[in-house]
Design a protein around this ligand. Structure first.
Ligand code: ZN
Length: 261
C-alpha cells in the first residue's frame, strides 16, 4: 500500500465489509497490569459520514485516523472494520510518525505518541499535578512540564515498560517453565532484548511502543535464550514450538522497529 499525502484504504463494497465483520472476531490479548481486560479499540479521530457506499480508512500526515463511512452504517460495524485493519493502520501510523528527517517531537497539542502499537494524541493541560499521565485515550502533559517533556515521556515509558515486561516475563516463564535471574529495563535503541549467561533478561523501554503481540515475541525469544544461548536451528525450532506465529511478529519488528525510536 503506497501513500502520499494521506493513506487511503478502501473496501470494495458493503459485501466485503460484511465478510470482514464475520471473519474477524476481535482479538482478545489481555494485559491486566494496565487495567485493560481486553484489547483496546483503535481510536478514530474523525468520522465523516456521507452518501458514499463504501468505507475508507485514512491515516493522515499527523497519524490521526479519519474514517469515511456511509450515512447509516452502525458504529459497531465501523469499529469492527477498523479493527480488522489494525495492523495496516498501526503500521502506517508508525510510518507517518517517523516520516521526515529524524523528526524530533515537538510536544504540541494533538501530536501523536505511540503506546502498545497505537498512536495517541497529546493534550497539554494548564494545571496537572503529575508531569505526564495517560488516560487510555490520550497523553496529558502539564504545561509546566513542557520544557522537560522529553524526560517526562521517557520516564513514563520506562515505568510502563517495567510493569508490562515484569508481568509478561512472569506469565510466559511460568507457563512454559523457564527460569531467569532478574529483569532489567534498558534504553537500548537497536537491541530489543538480551539474555546474559547468568540469566539476566534486559529489555529496552522502547518496546512498550510496539503492539502487545510483538512484546510477547521479544519476551519469548529471550526466555528461550535462558536455555539455548545462540541462534541455532534448535533455538528457532524451540521458539516456533512455543509461538507458532512468531515469524509474523518478528516481521513486524523488522519492518517497524526503526520507527519506535
Ligand atoms: Zn536472540
Amino acid at each position: 500500500m503506497d501513500y502520499g499525502d494521506s493513506t487511503t484504504l478502501r473496501a470494495g463494497s458493503f459485501a466485503l465489509i460484511y465478510v470482514h465483520l464475520r471473519s474477524s472476531p476481535l482479538n482478545s490479548l489481555s494485559f491486566n497490569t494496565f487495567g485493560y481486560n481486553r484489547r483496546m479499540l483503535i481510536p478514530i479521530d474523525r468520522l465523516v459520514r456521507s452518501r458514499r457506499k463504501t468505507i475508507a480508512i485514512i491515516v493522515e500526515r499527523d497519524a490521526s485516523l479519519t474514517v469515511r463511512a456511509p450515512q447509516r452504517m452502525s458504529e459497531t460495524r465501523i469499529n469492527a472494520f477498523v479493527e480488522s485493519h489494525r495492523d495496516w493502520i498501526t503500521r502506517n501510523q508508525a510510518r507517518v510518525l517517523a516520516a521526515g528527517p529524524i523528526s524530533p517531537k515537538h510536544f504540541a497539542e494533538g501530536e501523536k505518541f505511540l503506546y502498545l502499537g497505537m498512536a495517541y494524541p497529546l493534550n497539554i493541560l494548564p494545571r496537572q499535578r503529575s508531569a505526564l499521565t495517560f488516560d487510555g485515550k490520550s497523553f496529558r502533559l502539564s504545561k509546566s512540564a513542557l520544557p522537560k517533556a522529553q524526560e517526562a515521556f521517557v520516564r513514563w515509558y520506562k515505568g510502563q515498560a517495567a510493569l508490562l515486561l515484569f508481568e509478561r516475563v512472569l506469565v510466559l516463564a511460568g507457563k512454559h517453565g523457564f527460569r531467569y535471574q532478574k529483569i532489567r529495563i534498558s534504553s537500548a535503541r537497536t537491541r530489543w532484548g538480551s539474555c546474559s549467561s547468568l540469566g539476566t533478561l534486559s529489555f529496552t523501554y522502547r518496546l512498550v511502543m510496539a503492539p502487545p503481540e510483538v512484546v510477547d515475541y521479544v519476551v519469548m525469544h529471550e526466555l528461550v535464550h535462558t536455555q539455548i544461548h545462540n541462534h541455532s536451528r534448535k533455538f528457532w525450532d524451540r521458539l516456533e514450538g512455543l509461538m507458532p506465529d512468531f515469524k509474523s511478529r518478528l516481521a513486524w519488528l523488522k519492518k517497524n522497529g526503526k520507527y519506535l525510536i
